[in-house]
Design a protein around this ligand. Structure first.
Ligand SMILES: [Zn+2]
Length: 181
């Protein structure tokens, strides 16, 4: 069974947000098309407390229940079967990976749904997408990154991040190939 994992498509990571990926809006139509194709769609959200050591490294973003933490309105969020909230611990700079979600255990959820192939899309390529992909590979999922459905905060870092994921045995695929399956 395959599943689509939509990472952090939230207002603060799209243009106009606190920590935006320049192409953050452009990839959402691709993500919407992919969501329609998958039997199971899960999504993560960055969900930070107001005060957290994470904000010593980053501008304030995705504070839980704030507008910046909402899904971008372009995202077809009705297609999300289950969401996972991460980055909730005020004491540590953690929660980059969706597998660190604290609202529910993502790995357990996927195994309960017999998922063995995971397609990862969303924001942002070089931080939370990459951390999620590396965890997915380590946990034994056959892991795919849909390269035209992810966007980086710094576009200059995008290619290196994708190459890093590929070297760690994630497969890079284009959305057309996935949609044609
Ligand atoms: Zn964050």
């Amino acid at each position: 069974m395959k599943a689509l994992l939509v990472v952090d498509v939230q207002n603060d990571f799209t243009p106009g947000g606190a920590l935006p990926a320049e192409q953050g809006h452009a990839v959402i139509s691709v993500i919407n098309a992919l969501m329609a194709q998958f039997p199971l769609v899960v999504a993560s959200r960055d969900w930070h407390p107001q005060d957290t050591v994470h904000f010593e490294r980053w501008p304030v973003h995705c504070v839980k229940f704030s507008a910046g933490a909402e899904y971008d309105p372009l995202l077809d969020k009705e297609k999300i079967d289950q969401e996972f909230l991460k980055g909730t611990d005020p004491e540590t700079d953690s929660g980059y990976s969706a597998f660190e979600a604290t609202s529910e255990d993502l790995d357990k959820y996927l195994r309960e749904h017999d998922v063995d192939e995971l397609y990862v899309v969303g924001l942002t390529t070089e931080y939370c997408v990459k951390a999620t992909v590396l965890d997915a590979v380590n946990l034994g999922y056959k892991t795919f990154v849909v390269t035209d459905a992810v966007a980086a905060v710094n576009m200059l870092d995008a290619a290196a991040a994708l190459e890093d994921m590929r070297r760690h045995n994630a497969s890079l695929v284009g959305s057309q190939a996935v949609l044609a399956q």
